[in-house]
Write a protein that binds this ligand. Sequence first.
Ligand code: 5GP
Length: 195
Amino acid sequence: MKLLEERIKQDGIVLPGNVLKVDSFLNHQIDPELSQAMGEEFARLFKDAKIDRVLTVEASGIAIGVMTALELHVPLVFARKKKSALINEPVYTHRVFSYTKKEYSDILVLQKFLPAGERVLLIDDFLANGEAALGLAKLVEDAGSEVAGIGIAIEKAFQPGHQRLLDKGYRLEALASVASLANGQIRFTNDADKD
Ligand code: 5GP
């Protein structure tokens, strides 16, 4: 998605540990118009996938998830990373290792918000090792539903997550695919075509 790639080139900052910081439009401050455009693009890519529900994980997946769900006319559910006193009903839960925080958290969704027999679209902001996406997929499958696709705003294609998701047979669509962050330079997988 050209608009997203241009924004990443303009505002993205490469941090040590192969982390791309895009807090000016995706991870802290949110650009609503860009989020809407991303939601429209996900909805276009998955329009024939018979999606019943969109599932993401708090916090950064919510904006793009809601824009996708709005366009597909289905509900959005987000997995929580912390159990609160309000969560006193049965949950689906799975332990996930956070790429950026370097710690485990138990993501959870109330069972009533993941009914069985649905086709669920997973949406997230980044794909690195695939832990978050595989954790969300586990919740969906525990619920007796099917992962109809995985939509990622920015995948780091040089890290293992991309192949792990494909190996599991999931349909993966990334709006921007980063080939390398070496030497502080952001290169996209399709940059070679432009050279
Ligand atoms: P994974 O679970 O695939 O290893 O990593 C994906 C999750 O880690 C995303 O939900 C995102 O929150 C975070 N993440 C991974 N890599 C990056 C990155 O380069 N930049 C940012 N901002 N978040 C990342």
